[in-house]
Write a protein of this length. Structure first.
Length: 191
């Protein structure tokens, strides 16, 4: 069975969706590790309650990104992880992680890339007044939200939509789409 690591920095709503898909046998994988750069984040508590191992770290306690990524790679190898799933992980992946897992790291982003990369994509889309936004799942490369696109799903926006309404609708798409795409990526990797 495929072993995945989920990297998250916040509440873990995509972690919940992925775990639920595994529990329903819609995703044939095991969550081997949660990696979190924000000790005390809600996702850590959720993972611990589910009996999933957690690697928490505080980046500023390391000499460099290379130093903490070297430790992360050791943890991933120790757990036999074959796919890294970024789910609200708010850091750019560096050279050390890319060297070890290049082509095996996926990310989810709340816009139709290449539009609105980076932080607060929902706010960027609302500010720009676009009529359509959505969700992108892509492979991770050295850029910010620049890797090859795996899947996208769009939704219409209205000028009446509040930030919270757009965010809820985006998250509903994420929670449905991400587990399906992860399942397909894992199938292709073993084919």
């Amino acid at each position: 069975m495929s072993r995945i690591a989920i990297f998250a920095s916040g509440t873990g709503s995509n972690f919940d969706a992925i775990k639920a898909a595994i529990d329903r046998n819609e995703l044939q994988a095991e969550i081997a590790l949660i990696v979190c750069d924000k000790p005390g984040a809600k996702v850590v508590e959720k993972a611990e309650n589910a009996g999933i191992d957690v690697f928490q770290f505080t980046p500023k306690t390391y000499a460099s990104k290379q130093a903490f990524e070297t430790e992360i790679v050791k943890e991933l190898h120790a757990k036999g992880v074959n796919l890294v799933v970024l789910a609200g992980y708010m850091r750019l992946v560096g050279d050390t992680l890319l060297a070890a897992y290049g082509g095996k790291i996926v990310n989810i982003h709340p816009s139709l890339l290449p539009a609105f990369p980076g932080k607060d994509a929902i706010g960027q889309a609302i500010e720009a007044g676009v009529k359509v936004s959505g969700v992108t799942i892509h492979y991770v490369d050295e850029g910010m939200d620049t890797g090859p696109i795996i899947a996208q799903e769009s939704m219409k926006l209205s000028t009446d939509d509040s930030y919270e309404e757009v965010q809820q609708r985006i998250q509903a798409i994420e929670h449905s789409l991400y587990p399906k795409v992860i399942a397909n990526v894992l199938k292709e990797a073993t084919a």
